[in-house]
Design a protein around this ligand. Structure first.
Ligand code: FES
Length: 544
């Protein structure tokens, strides 16, 4: 251990650490600056870039001793110097104020799997007039936090800036299947719009009673309802609600017609923009709980390999390292992630490795052989006639290999178990599915598992289930301390739910003018996307 001094974002800093430790981890966990991200750990992706003496360096491969007496600038320092000046004028301020909300009467969240019909599950109007929207969707960078807020602003007649979003927290938000398939606006949007429209209609009724005016004479705007003939006679939503749940409900309240939209479809400052560009946005790997241990897991060399023997004696000699062995889970834990990594490298594990029956070259033959009989999913006209009349016949085969989602943020989770309840911060697209996954792994009831989804750094369908959440939760249960598991890039490529490999055959006769006369398509994708194929599928459609 030795004291290392340097200037960090313009301020003098002195840390007493093993001077071989990696700058990235000292910045993130010793100094709490989580804006510098882990991406690959191999100097490849640039997520961990910082400026050292005016030069961009990869902090994942820089030792702390190498920045002694130098100037280090992280994104947090950039934000103070540059971004705040340019962005402050926009008036965008994102606040997450959960404590007062938690103190309120809880929403009546459904115990069954389905969207609740009580609009209070989605909306809370605070005494300060701000509206909080709760949704089981998550913000993956696709903008759900902003677009859902626009829907609420539109239907509730409140300003867009007065809406705070709480997404993907299974204790606070209504159930949702997950954020995938481009369904957020298409499927959940109408539900949220309906809830906001009903809440607005109830507020109008309450205002009519309070102001002693007919409903038709009232106008709602920017979180207040006023007499259309005398704007001075008004009552705000906050005055009507007084921080309580609205108990009144109305049937079949129509949503606004598209022609009346003033917020939806118009440009809006993204709710997550400022917090992301200033490095303040928290992802699962940024959740720092006191006493957290970082878990690194012994991985098999191939899918379906089984552990034969493991020697952890060298890793055990690392000061502060703990070893966990629980069935198939063998892990090294340490309070510093880079030291946990060093300890993991000392573990000697032997596996029984299955002999692979297919590889990236033979997979396509395998798919063709193993696919079941095709199903005709659409047909009209005559394929034979189309081919007979063709000027040109194309007979093509396309091979499509496995493709990883390769999200910027690798699968990450932090788990804490307290008073018999597990809370897990997870990078996932489906927090309610992960809740079930974690409950089953721990043997807990669903009520005793809470999944919190902070910002998610990309998903693309690859973060539906969350193996890393189960790993963190199992380890936290065993060691009795919070545990963080952040996959490195190798683990990410190994366990990703890949886009399936496929063989696509197209036979298409073209008539004069290159118009297709008929097309016969056979597609043999592997429906099982993790590792090698198990259940190939086959579809076939044609038209003429
Ligand atoms: S380059 Fe350092 S984490 Fe990718």
């Amino acid at each position: 251990m030795r004291a290392v001094s340097f200037r960090l974002n313009g301020e003098p800093v002195r840390v007493t650490v093993d001077d071989e430790r990696i700058l990235l981890w000292v910045l993130r966990y010793d100094l709490g600056l989580t804006g510098t991200k882990f991406g690959c750990g191999a100097s490849l992706c640039g997520a961990c870039t910082v400026i050292v003496n005016n030069e961009a360096v990869r902090s994942c491969s820089t030792r702390i001793k190498d920045v002694a007496r130098k100037r280090v600038l992280t994104i947090e320092g950039l934000s103070r110097r540059d971004f705040l000046v340019s962005v402050a004028g926009s008036g965008l301020l994102v606040l997450f104020r959960l404590d007062p909300l938690l103190a309120q009467e809880p929403a009546h969240l459904p115990t069954r799997q389905g969207y609740p019909t009580d609009f209070n599950a989605y909306l809370r109007i605070g005494q300060d007039g701000r509206t909080t929207c709760f949704a089981g969707k998550v913000e993956l960078g696709q903008g759900a936090m902003t677009s859902l807020a626009q829907l609420v602003a539109e239907e509730l007649d409140v300003s867009f800036d007065s809406i705070d979003m709480v997404l993907g927290d299974t204790d606070l938000c209504p159930w949702d299947m997950g954020t995938f398939g481009s369904l957020t606006i298409r499927q959940f949007g109408p539900v949220l719009r309906g809830a906001a429209a009903e809440a607005r209609a109830v507020l109008l009724q309450l205002a009519a009673e309070r102001l002693q005016l007919p409903l038709e004479q009232l106008a709602a705007k920017a979180g207040a309802i006023s007499d259309a003939r005398d704007r001075g006679r008004r009552v705000t939503y906050a005055q009507l609600v007084q921080g309580k749940r609205l108990k009144r409900h109305l049937e079949k309240v129509p949503v606004k017609p598209v022609s009346a939209f003033v917020v939806v479809g118009k440009p809006a400052a993204r709710k997550d923009a400022l917090t992301k560009v200033t490095g303040k946005a928290k992802y699962a790997g940024d959740i720092g709980l006191p006493g957290t241990l970082h878990g690194r897991i012994v991985r098999p060399p191939a899918h379906e390999a089984t552990l034969k023997d493991v020697d952890t004696s060298a890793a055990e000699k690392i000061t502060g390292a703990s070893i966990v062995r629980d069935g198939d889970l063998v892990a090294v834990l340490h309070k510093h992630p880079d030291v946990a990594e060093q300890a993991l490298a000392l573990v000697k594990a032997e596996f029984d490795r299955p002999v692979p029956t297919v590889d990236e070259k033979t997979i396509f033959d395998h798919l063709l052989k193993a696919a079941p009989q095709g199903q005709v999913v659409g047909e009209s006209g005559s394929l034979e006639e189309g081919e007979r009349l063709a000027a040109t016949l194309f007979d093509l085969t396309y091979l499509n290999g496995y493709v990883s989602h390769a999200t910027m943020e690798t699968h990450s989770a932090v788990a804490k178990i307290e008073n018999g309840k597990a809370t897990v911060w997870v990078s996932t697209q489906a927090p309610f599915m992960v809740k079930t996954q974690v409950a089953q792994a721990l043997g807990f009831t669903l009520q005793n598992v809470r999944i919190v989804t902070p910002y998610v750094g990309g998903g693309f369908g690859g973060k539906t289930l969350a193996r890393q959440a189960v790993e963190a939760a199992r380890l936290a249960k065993i060691v009795g301390k919070p545990v963080q598991v952040v996959w490195d890039r190798t683990e990410e490529f190994f366990y990703d739910t890949f886009r399936p490999a496929a063989v696509v055959k197209i036979r298409s006769p073209l008539g004069r003018g290159a118009r297709p006369r008929s097309t016969r398509t056979h597609s043999r994708p592997n429906r099982t996307s993790t590792s090698w194929p198990r259940r190939p599928a086959s579809t076939h459609w044609s038209f003429a």
